[in-house]
Design a protein around this ligand. Structure first.
Ligand code: GLY
Length: 576
């Protein structure tokens, strides 16, 4: 389907306005009229307001402060990321990584800043297996051996210097303030800390930073992080070198190695962000832009949309619609398991996976009357879960969708003493042994095996969606369920629903293995459940909802901006 995105090419040709001073009077009036017309059209190309939606009110406020100070959406993204690193330590941080999808309004340039963690140079494919070749329980989850080389500090410095308007130090200021002054513990913090209490207690620096006398702090307790504030100051002063070289780097490596990890100074010195070309496709006249490998997000999302394009979802009964969506999810996740990994290390058949012919072949293999058992599809895998997303639109029309992670709640639970940096456990996103399930009960394949310097496969799917009249910016945390959440949110947008519906709607998910439809409590009626069971589906109704979607909608036709933060989380969306 052709893309109908409004691009600079849709503006009137500026050459119609004469530029020569010798132009006759009639020419001048044309010139002035032309300029007026051009500025009106350009105004219509700019949103009437900016918007920030993030998983924490303090982070949203940090983004607004930077926009107010004259920063663009990219500066605000630096501010929001750094603030989240302080107030949502269980989701993302300087010790983790992420993907920042950017859209620059002046020229429509789109890029994904890949700040994904990398395996240390001393990493080996069997590093989490015992002498009998079996996984060592917890080895890829707890402590510094589970940590990949962080990408977030490098990404923030890179975004500020290549795309921002303000100095890095200005955009980091709100986060430094939050680290010094502290933030209040809420019930979500308590739940996350309770879940990871054992690991946090093992690391004295983590216990000091995140617990109170070794226990989960009560609601309202203020968490101050002066050591982290110092590390943020070093980053603000020296840019990337403030983290990856010098004193902070030395302490990180020393602490990691003293506690069983394998990082070296070379790992930190060599870390570099990558600019990746986003994955771009279309669905029913909408242009879809999403994360490129090493995230599986964009490829799996577009593969699903390509299959959906062969059917009219809106004309289907509810049972047919859910059945078809589930079968589409199953097939795309099977391909994820088999083919996807770090583009710098593995050749992936992306052209075929994203072709209409392949989508048709897969769509034709769907039996509308009964389930296709996953074991009949010859593939494997997926992963991790505690992560964060934010969406930003500025008044110039610049956009950011960013999904950041430290992986499991509170990452590896390990803080390198003297740095305030909580390390990720993103190494668990690799397939530690082909066919063996990771912490989320999912299995992986060869393309995502561990190798020195390789980036682990992700599901993070920051996404833009647009047609002539609308722009949508969305994404969510949620491990392997991220991509199906983005799909369901995107379908709501395409069907013309309000931005709140994108983030609110009940969720269901299929990821190939385990072979069951996961659903939020109460997501399906009894009638729908019976219809799906009759077709052979196994239902796994979870006791808790999932996801924390943050979305921004710019209605170009109606000339308004709206934003929404998932009611499942404690985030805040503001249009200003
Ligand atoms: N650690 C979550 C993800 O990258 O998908």
């Amino acid at each position: 389907m052709p893309s109908t995105s409004a691009s600079p090419a849709s503006l009137p040709d500026p050459r119609v306005a004469p530029t020569s001073g010798k132009a006759p009077a009639r020419g001048w009036s044309f010139f002035i009229f032309g300029l007026l017309f051009l500025s009106l059209v350009q105004a219509a190309e700019r949103p009437p307001a900016a918007a920030v939606a993030s998983a924490h009110p303090a982070a949203t406020r940090a983004g607004l402060e930077i926009l107010q100070a004259g920063g663009n959406a990219f500066d605000a993204a630096v501010a929001v990321s750094a603030a989240l690193a302080v107030v949502e330590p269980y989701s993302s941080g300087l010790g983790g990584g992420g993907f920042w999808l950017l859209h620059r309004a002046t020229d429509g340039y789109e890029v994904m800043i890949d700040g994904r963690e990398k395996a240390p140079l001393a990493a080996r494919r069997d590093m989490y297996l015992d002498a009998r070749g079996e996984p060592v329980a917890g080895a890829s989850i707890d402590g510094p051996l589970a940590a990949g080389i962080p990408g977030e500090p490098a990404a923030l410095a890179y975004i500020a210097s290549h795309y921002g308007r303000l100095p890095l130090a200005r955009s980091l200021a709100p986060a430094i303030r939050l680290a010094d002054q502290g933030f209040r513990v809420d019930t979500h913090y308590r739940r996350m800390a309770e879940f990871r209490l054992k690991s946090l207690r093992v690391s004295p620096a983590a216990a000091k930073q995140f617990l109170l006398k070794g226990e989960v702090p009560p609601v309202g307790h203020v968490i101050r992080q002066p050591v982290l504030a110092e590390t943020l100051r070093a980053l603000a002063r020296k840019g990337r070198a403030g983290f990856y070289e010098g004193e902070i780097a030395r302490r990180l490596v020393e602490e990691v190695r003293r506690n069983g990890g394998i990082w070296t100074l070379d790992d930190l010195r060599q870390y570099a962000v990558k600019e990746r070309k986003p994955v771009v496709g279309s669905y029913r006249g909408w242009r879809v832009v999403s994360a490129a490998p090493p995230s599986s997000g964009g490829v799996v999302l577009l593969e699903m949309l390509n299959m959906l394009a062969w059917k009219d979802l809106q004309a289907m009964s509810e049972a047919d619609r859910v059945h078809y969506l589930v079968e589409v999810m199953r097939r795309a996740y099977a391909d994820r398991a088999r083919w996807l990994g770090d583009a710098d290390f593995v050749d992936m058949p992306l052209e075929r996976l994203l072709s209409a012919a392949y989508a048709r072949e897969l769509a034709n293999s769907i039996d509308m009357k009964k389930v296709t058992p996953s074991r009949s599809l010859d593939n494997v895998r997926s992963e991790g879960h505690d992560t964060t997303h934010f969406s930003i639109l500025d008044k110039d029309g610049n956009r950011v969708a960013a999904t950041l992670s430290i992986n499991y709640p509170f990452g590896s639970g390990f803080v390198a003493a003297g740095t305030g940096v909580l390390l990720n456990d993103e190494m668990d996103d690799f397939s530690i042994k082909p066919g063996v399930a990771n912490v989320y009960g999912l299995v992986g394949g060869e393309a995502n095996a561990i190798a020195p310097g390789k980036r682990m496969l992700s599901s993070m799917s920051p996404t833009f969606l647009e047609n002539r009249d609308h722009v949508a910016i969305l994404g969510t945390p949620g491990g392997s369920r991220i991509i199906t959440m983005v799909l369901l949110g995107l379908l709501e947008a395409v069907e013309g629903k309000d931005v709140r519906a994108w983030v609110q709607q009940p969720r269901f998910h299929h990821q190939y293995l385990p072979d069951a439809i996961q659903l939020e409590p109460g997501a399906f009626s009894d009638e729908l459940k019976t219809a799906l069971i009759r077709r052979g589906h196994e239902l796994d109704e979870k006791s808790r909802p999932w996801g924390n979607m943050q979305a921004v909608h710019w209605d170009r036709k109606g000339n308004f901006v709206e934003a929404a933060s998932d009611p499942r989380g404690g985030g805040m969306a503001v249009v200003r």
